[in-house]
Design a protein around this ligand. Sequence first.
Ligand code: NAD
Length: 494
Amino acid sequence: MSAPVFHNIVDGREAASLSGRTFENRNPANRSDLIGLFQDSGPEDARCAVAAAEAAFRSWRNVPPPRRAEILYRAARILTERKEQLARQMTREMGKVLEETRGDVQEAIDMALFMAGEGRRLYGQTTPSELPDKFCMTVRMPVGVCALITPWNFPMAIPSWKILPALVCGNTAVIKPAIDTPQSCWSLVQILHEAGLPPGVLNLVTGGGPEVGEALLGDPRVRLVSFTGSTEVGRRVSQACAPAFKHCHLEMGGKNVVMILDDANLDLAVDGCVWGGFGTTGQRCTAASRVVVQQGVYHQFLERLVERAGALRVGDGLDPATQMGPLINERQLRRVDEYVRIGQAEGARLVCGGRRLEPGGLAAGWFYAPTVFAEVDPGMRIAREEIFGPVVSVIPYRDLDQAIEIGNSVAYGLSASVYTRDINAAFRAMREMYTGIFYVNAPTIGAEVHLPFGGTKETGNGHRESGQAALDHYSEWKSIYVDYSNRLQRAQID
Ligand code: NAD
């Protein structure tokens, strides 16, 4: 049977790439399973999509936000009706277990409902004037055509975090999903059209970063870029946006830390570290890849973590018995394995995993054993660099000050967490950790759509995804002064 062909979506219509080339989308749990062929687009395809978005902006920007929101509500309903089917499609495309892909679709539903609500708010301010008979207010304006560039680890959730606030604010957009997971994003874009989105408001172009991504960054008609991916590519995106002063929003890598104090509920902490470290096969920007443990409970914690990690059932995420799926691709598998060798060479003690899993049919996919390193020094590369795989580094420490110092010592600043029953310690850690997200008695993952999401240092550039904070990125403030005094009134500074 021939594989289905998926087209770009430009100006509300399906469009083949101008080159006529396609690329394969295969199941990472079973490489012989071909999901479909997607358009291997080039710069000209990107430019056509931008032209469609630019034309649509003229009318979409003036559609009343509550009307725009109705489309989002309808999309939320369709997503809810098809949640199971979309989750299965995503597990096949991306590998993570069904429970997690249901969560990924749910995230898009939640974001659609939240941003639809914003359609009736988009609040500005009314404020007194320093002069008589003068009225002051602020309103949000859309920015224009947005280029949205997304990674593969949350194939529907992350596109939804960008598309939905962009649309409700009155922008139009071109989205370029990751080459490993175009189908989930394609489905989301189709559903928004089914829900009534006018042609050209949202366009999708699949293909490589250097070809499609770069063309979007360099197009003068694109006024806003929102990128989620690696810090390395994010730096390039930032530089490409700078000359034309495009709004540039970056969500990048992480090297998150869980801090476990001697007084912690250890069962809870072990549960949290298994989920935070090995959920999504460790391929989360918020993964708990470093666990610092106070000396008094270090050995006890390590023993339990290793026992639990070693017992995780690894396999095809569509099998309900599976607890951890494959890595996304061969490059990622090599990268993880390389870091394991680096850890060993640095002198960390490999206490669990550390190898590719091939027996029992697993050779058909990119499976890697849940891996734990003990006695890790905070200066080692495995404790500083983002691995993006099922590898947890356990680091012993003396007191809270040292844990905080270790926690903050990396280049990234996305998420951190503390396990303790001591409220004073929890509040100190909350204040001292320089991260965009912080959890108490929970792992480093678990964000909700109505709160800002993002990080400090090399994780982000000061913007936030989600919550009302996202509106600040997808709109510009306009301050309006209405003088009804019928005479020239100068402001105080004049
Ligand atoms: P990546 O940087 O390789 O790719 C991300 C996207 O950028 C893809 O769509 C890719 O095609 C595109 N791209 C690549 N080169 C480009 C270029 N020159 N110009 C424009 N676009 C280009 O990242 P990835 O491997 O897809 O995802 C993993 C990374 O994403 C990890 O570092 C992870 O931490 C990060 N991530 C961050 C968050 C967050 O919110 N902070 C969330 C998820 C993932």
